[in-house]
Each structure stands twice: as structure tokens, then as C-alpha cells.
Design a protein around this ligand. Structure first.
Ligand code: SAH
Ligand code: SF4
Length: 357
């Protein structure tokens, strides 16, 4: 049994682009001994393809207003218990400046779906950040119109994170009322056509999700050839319809991360905060199972508690400087190095050549 698993591993490593989703599913179903070999193989492929650098993406959670109703998320519009906030463009710029001073090469502007930030407000903000600071801008603002996405790209945003969440179309529709997988994938294709480095990902442990459906998640990301990946376990939020669901399994989340590394050898894969929230060494485990990105929090402390996508988030009281020092220590503790510069997608750097600097 074990030998056939190792043969399968070798086969997927040799031809990642061709692995059938049934093979991917078998990897996701790895037993305990097999899981260790899967993660070790992903770690080896990560080292060979993208090296030992762990890139820092400083996240600025600029607004917790959201018009969507995702069943898993504490920011959903109908959560009346949440005190809502919006950062002003000046405050966002200040947080980005702090990130640059602390040596972060990318800032991620993330929020609920909040149309208060209109096209020109965001475009002006993006231009100010990229002209004033030596950082790349990643957006994670949910679904926006094509014209908005185009304007943000022209303003200087290079990357966009939009997790497809689940590749099971029925589960997707059930957990994201009014939304569809098809629409999410269309947005991802728009982003690609506009020249963004594109990020996607899924939540692991959604009620009703199977290894069959997780295999489709991995294969979808491979077929979209995404540059960036975020995979995290479900952390149930009591004020949501999934409040009573069990948390996503840490082992399964690591297997999804490792399998994704095998299928997308050059992707930037995050060791997510959700994983760190469910396991004291969640980030380290992910970094040893194929991940090569961490996301220190740059959101001002006065807002941070209110960006409660899920409860019990780690680092809620850590000043950005402390957060960074702690993460750097963890990275070096694993014998890895902190990434320097913008940390673009290797594929994108090749395509755009010297122009990205
Ligand atoms: N509104 C944007 C970005 C903010 S949400 C969007 O939805 O794309 C960022 C991510 O948080 C989502 O992609 C989702 O995968 C994750 N998330 C939300 N609720 C969660 C929960 N309870 N457990 C784990 N991850 C969650
Ligand atoms: Fe809004 Fe994003 Fe949360 Fe969905 S996951 S409710 S879009 S913040």
C-alpha cells in the first residue's frame, strides 16, 4: 500500500500538470505515515523550486463592512453584533508606510466587500502607495466590476487574492448566498487577463466538503495556473450559520497545502493565520509542508479586534513591529530566511522581465 503511495507521489512530482484529480484525491487521503512523506516531498519541491526565502506580506484590514452573506464569515452583512469601521486613505497609507519601514516588500489591502471605497478613491490610494513606497500592492477586496479591477491595475496594483473558497458548485452556492463558483472563476480569469498575479484558495473542513471536492479545489487552482495560494481551515464563528460546525482538521489542511505545492511547484503558498489560530505551531507546520509566505498584520491595534472574520485570531494585541520580529524568529528557527524585496511570482517576473525592478 505504502509503496503504491510513494509511486504515486513520484508520478505527480514528475508530471504535476498532468495529475488526474483521482490521484490528487488519493494524496489528500494519505494516512499518518503517508502524510509525513507527502509533506516532506512538498517541502523538498518547495526548496528546489522557490528556495528557502519566506516572503512577508503585510496585511492591512482596511474595512470590516461587507455586503455579502458568506455562511462562514463573521463580517457577513447580517452580523449585527459587529461594530463596523473603515480606515481612511490617510490611515491606510500610514500603515503601509510602517510596513515599508519594517522591511515588508508587499502590502495586502484586504476588506469586506465595501463599495464605500469607490473606484477613484482606491485607485488614488494605490498610486500613492506604489509611488511613495518601495512595496508591491496586493488587493483582496472581494468581487469588483471589471472596470474597477482594470482601474486598480492601471493605478499600480500588481496582485489580487480572491479565494474560490470551494470548487463544489452546490456547496459554493449554499454557503455564499447569491454568489456562484462560476462568477468567482470569471473574476479570476478577468484578473489574469488584466495582467495581475492571481491568488486563489479554499477553506478546508466546510460541512459537506469531501476529499473528492478538495481534489477539485487543487485541480482548479492548477488549471487556472494561479500565482498565489491561501488555504486555511474553517474556524467556526458563533455568530454565523456555521457557528456549531467542527473546526477544519489541521492534518487535512496540511495535506491540501502539500498537494497544492506538488501540483503548482512555483506558486507562492501562504502559511495562513487560520492555521496558526487552530494550532500553536500551525504556521511552522505549513512552512514545512510546502508553504513559503507569511502575512504579518499591519492593521492598527484600535481596529484589529473588529476584523473578526473568525474568533480567537492570533496576534490581536501585537504591535506590527512585534508581530514581524516574532515571525522572523519563527522563520529563522526553521533554518529558513526572510524574503527580501517584492517577492513576485517567478512566472510573472520571467514574463515581465526587468520592468518590475
Ligand atoms: N472579502 C474578501 C476578503 C476578506 S475575507 C473575500 O471574501 O474575498 C478573506 C478570507 O477569509 C476569505 O477568502 C475566506 O476564505 C476566509 N474566511 C472567512 N471566514 C472564515 C472562517 N470562519 N474560517 C476560515 N477562513 C475564513
Ligand atoms: Fe464578506 Fe469576504 Fe467575509 Fe464573504 S468572506 S462575508 S465576502 S468579508
Amino acid at each position: 500500500m505504502s509503496r503504491s503511495f510513494d509511486r504515486l507521489l513520484e508520478k505527480v512530482v514528475a508530471e504535476p500538470g498532468k495529475a488526474h484529480y483521482r490521484s490528487v484525491q488519493r494524496l489528500l487521503e494519505a494516512g499518518p505515515g503517508e502524510e509525513a512523506r507527502l509533506c516532506a516531498t512538498a517541502d523538498r519541491i518547495r526548496a528546489g523550486q522557490v528556495g528557502d526565502a519566506v516572503h512577508l506580506r503585510g496585511i492591512i484590514e482596511l474595512s470590516n463592512h461587507c455586503r455579502a452573506e458568506c455562511h462562514y464569515c463573521g463580517l457577513r452583512a447580517s452580523n449585527a453584533d459587529l461594530v463596523r469601521y473603515r480606515m481612511t486613505p490617510e490611515e491606510i497609507l500610514e500603515s503601509a508606510r510602517l510596513g515599508a519601514v519594517l522591511g515588508v516588500g508587499t502590502v495586502v489591502l484586504q476588506s469586506g466587500e465595501d463599495s464605500w471605497y469607490d473606484r477613484s478613491t482606491l485607485a488614488d490610494l494605490i498610486t500613492r502607495i506604489v509611488t511613495e513606497l518601495p512595496v508591491a500592492v496586493t488587493l483582496s477586496l472581494g468581487e469588483r466590476s471589471y472596470d474597477d479591477l482594470q482601474a486598480f491595475r492601471q493605478a499600480g496594483a500588481d496582485r489580487y487574492l480572491l479565494k474560490h473558497e470551494t470548487a463544489d458548485p452546490r456547496l459554493h452556492r449554499r454557503l455564499r448566498p447569491g454568489r456562484t463558483l462560476e462568477r468567482r472563476v470569471r473574476q479570476l480569469r478577468w484578473l489574469r487577463s488584466l495582467g495581475y498575479q492571481v491568488g486563489s484558495g479554499c477553506i478546508v473542513g466546510l460541512p459537506g466538503q469531501t476529499c473528492d471536492s478538495l481534489a477539485h479545489d487543487v485541480v482548479l487552482m492548477r488549471d487556472l495556473d494561479v500565482d498565489m495560494v491561501g488555504i486555511g481551515p474553517l474556524v467556526p464563528h458563533p455568530a454565523t450559520p456555521l457557528g456549531e460546525a467542527p473546526p477544519g482538521p489541521v492534518g487535512l489542511t496540511l495535506r491540501v497545502i502539500a498537494t497544492t505545492r506538488l501540483c503548482l511547484p512555483q506558486a507562492h503558498i501562504a502559511a495562513t493565520t487560520a492555521l496558526a489560530t487552530l494550532h500553536p505551531h500551525g504556521r511552522e507546520l505549513a512552512l514545512q509542508a510546502g508553504a513559503n509566505v507569511v502575512m504579518p498584520n499591519l492593521t492598527p491595534l484600535r481596529y484589529r479586534r473588529r476584523y473578526e472574520i473568525y474568533p480567537g485570531k492570533v496576534c490581536l494585541d501585537e504591535l506590527p513591529g512585534h508581530c514581524l520580529t516574532c515571525l522572523k524568529g519563527r522563520i529563522e528557527g526553521l533554518g529558513r530566511v526572510v524574503g527580501r524585496g517584492r517577492g513576485d511570482s517567478p512566472k510573472w517576473s520571467r514574463e515581465v522581465g526587468e520592468s518590475v525592478g
